[in-house]
Design a binder for this molecule. Structure first.
Ligand code: FAD
Length: 138
């Protein structure tokens, strides 16, 4: 009879994707259709909602005033925000993984990642910047 925990581990690949541009002719990509961020940054929905707000404003402007300027600039405007948070998500994912697991980039990187992570939770500008990115205010 088997004693103790019986475990199975599965590794899930993490994807980072940006479709650039986010529009083509009358086709507009929003949310996950346009970009995927790794889950530990918790930014998927938080990127989808600004896309939706931007696109809705653009459609309303076009319908009310026959002005397509917001639709024309939709992709460029959305992508500025998307790339900023894609950069945050990539950095944060790499950092938290390396801080816990030396098997990816080695013990030296684990120690530098742990030092970096500890520094982020000390009062100061790095902590403020991290808070702003996590809150979506950066
Ligand atoms: C487990 C998990 C946890 C998450 N946690 C967070 C988090 O903490 N914070 C965060 O910001 N994000 C989080 N996300 C990401 C977030 O859920 C997504 O980024 C967000 O829902 C994307 O919104 P969307 O409208 O682009 O796509 P979706 O929410 O996927 O909406 C697409 C909709 O289209 C429908 N659909 C698909 N095909 C068709 C079709 N052919 N015809 C009609 N309808 C169709 C689908 O049924 C769905 O309702 C999480 C995701 C998962 C899976």
């Amino acid at each position: 009879m088997t004693r103790g925990p019986i475990a199975s581990t599965q590794l899930v690949p993490l994807r980072s994707v940006v479709h650039s541009t986010m529009s083509h002719g009358r086709l507009y990509l929003l949310g996950d259709a346009a970009h995927i961020v790794p889950p530990m940054s918790a930014k998927g929905m938080n990127l989808a909602l600004p896309d939706a707000e931007l696109f809705a404003d653009a459609v309303v402007r076009y319908r009310k005033e026959r002005d397509s300027s917001l639709l024309d600039s939709y992709s460029a405007t959305a992508l500025r925000h998307v790339w900023k948070y894609q950069a945050f998500a990539s950095w944060w994912t790499e950092l938290v993984h390396n801080a816990g697991d030396a098997s990816y980039q080695g013990e030296f990187r684990r120690q530098t990642a742990r030092a970096e992570l500890a520094g982020l939770f000390e009062p100061g500008p790095a902590n403020r910047l991290l808070s702003e990115f996590i809150a979506g205010l950066a």
